[in-house]
Write a protein that binds this ligand. Structure first.
Ligand SMILES: Nc1ncnc2c1ncn2[C@@H]1O[C@H](COP(=O)(O)OP(=O)(O)O)[C@@H](O)[C@H]1O
Ligand SMILES: [Mg+2]
Length: 376
């Protein structure tokens, strides 16, 4: 029998989207082929501690997280895998890490950086693509550089004076580096702006004030791949009020049953343009794995604007891939394969350079004076 691949599933995290990440991870676990993979679950607590225990794979156990943590082993990263903390540390090697975080310290490139340093292959976007996708201001700069249509906006830093005179109300105020609609509000009256900017600022250092798209529908499309990238069918998520809230996304039954129309009720031409745009964005961000790009569409005018990109998307967008002919277990196989392939490709880069510089200098001493400044 072929040896099983050791897959570390990482979820939870120091993020306001902690719970959403646990759901995405448990959905992924249910669909991972246990004949192929040995799964090592790693739960990251809200305070940022790492724990392993198979009990983290059972949704029922989350009723009492404190006792769940007490029964688990605390772990830390070492090169090539994890090590338990305590008197008799145990090394757990990982063939691949599967980050299933949403939000800060997991989706924003910082965790990916930790994996790079620990030399552990991983699934999903790399450091740079993750960081840019998580930051809605930087994402917009990339969309603009790609000549893609986006809405009017102003970005400010927490505490900075608000200059929104060029924007038409109503506006949408949102934290720039958070997802799941947390901290987002629609503001009709300019007098209320300061208050909602402060609300958004509790979740992120950067705040976006965007003109609200009205009489538009939302349309999402997913991209999947590494060198060879596919795009999915489009969906229309349905909001219950002015915008898609946290409740719309997660608290109306399962993510699968969130109100959505697949395929989105838009023309073939718009569908094609949205799919092409999704592909362009995925490639510009050195995409690897799966992402979902969200759009606003005015079906009457046959126009679209890019809103944001999510990597990984909630539930890994499996429901879009199922409708595009790829079942969830197969999607997970593909994601792992892409991550491993990228790691193989990275091995072609040399990270050592034998210059003899140190042995030379150890004889002569450190350069000093005007000649001493290095020009790295
Ligand atoms: N400029 C906008 N105009 C109208 N609705 C918006 C705008 N920006 C966001 N929304 C609404 O808020 C929701 C969440 O915003 P989004 O930018 O997608 O952030 P998140 O990362 O939280 O999903 C969107 O799905 C949409 O319903
Ligand atoms: Mg969104």
């Amino acid at each position: 029998m072929q040896k099983k691949l050791k897959v570390g599933l990482f979820f939870g995290g120091r993020s306001v989207e902690h719970e959403v990440s646990v759901i995405t991870a448990l959905q992924a676990y249910e669909n991972l082929d246990k004949n192929k993979y040995e799964v090592i679950p790693v739960y990251v607590s809200k305070s940022g501690d790492f724990y392993t225990s198979n009990k983290f794979l059972e949704l029922k156990k989350y009723k009492d997280i404190d006792s769940l943590i007490l029964q688990a082993s605390k772990v830390t990263f070492v090169k090539g895998g994890l090590q338990t903390l305590g008197f008799w540390p145990k090394f757990v090697s990982l063939d691949v890490a599967f980050p299933l975080f949403h939000g800060s310290f997991g989706e924003d490139g910082s965790f990916q950086g930790l994996l790079e340093i620990m030399q552990i292959p991983y699934v999903g976007f790399g450091v740079l693509g993750s960081a840019v996708s998580m930051d809605k201001v930087l994402s917009k700069l990339v969309f603009q550089a790609l000549d893609l249509p986006i809405g009017k906006y102003v970005a400010i830093k927490r505490g900075q004076k608000i200059d929104s005179k060029d924007l038409k109300f109503p506006v949408i105020v949102k934290p720039a580096t958070v997802g799941s609609s947390i901290g987002i509000n629609k503001v009709d009256n300019p007098d209320d702006l300061e208050f909602y900017v402060e609300v958004a600022g509790t979740y992120s250092e950067k705040i976006l004030i965007e003109e609200a798209f009205e009489n538009c529908i939302e349309v999402n499309c997913s991209a999947l791949g590494y060198e060879d990238v596919k795009v999915s069918v489009c969906e229309q998520p349905i909001a219950s009020a002015a915008f898609l809230s946290f409740e719309d996304k997660y608290q109306k039954g399962s993510m699968k049953s969130m109100s959505r129309v697949i395929p989105a009720p838009i023309s073939q031409r718009l569908t094609k343009e949205i799919q092409e745009t999704t592909l362009k964005i995925f490639k510009a961000l050195d995409g690897c794995g799966v992402a979902r790009v969200d759009f606003f569409v005015d079906p009457k005018q046959e126009r679209f604007w890019v809103n944001e990109v999510n990597s990984p998307p909630g539930s890994l967008a499996y429901y879009l891939w199922e409708k595009s002919g790829i079942k969830f277990p197969k999607l997970l196989d593909m994601l792992i394969e892409f991550g491993l392939k990228r790691s193989e490709d990275q091995k072609k880069t040399t990270y050592a350079f034998e210059s003899g510089l140190l042995s030379q200098m150890s004889k002569k001493g450190l350069p000093a004076g005007r000649q001493g400044g290095l020009k790295s």
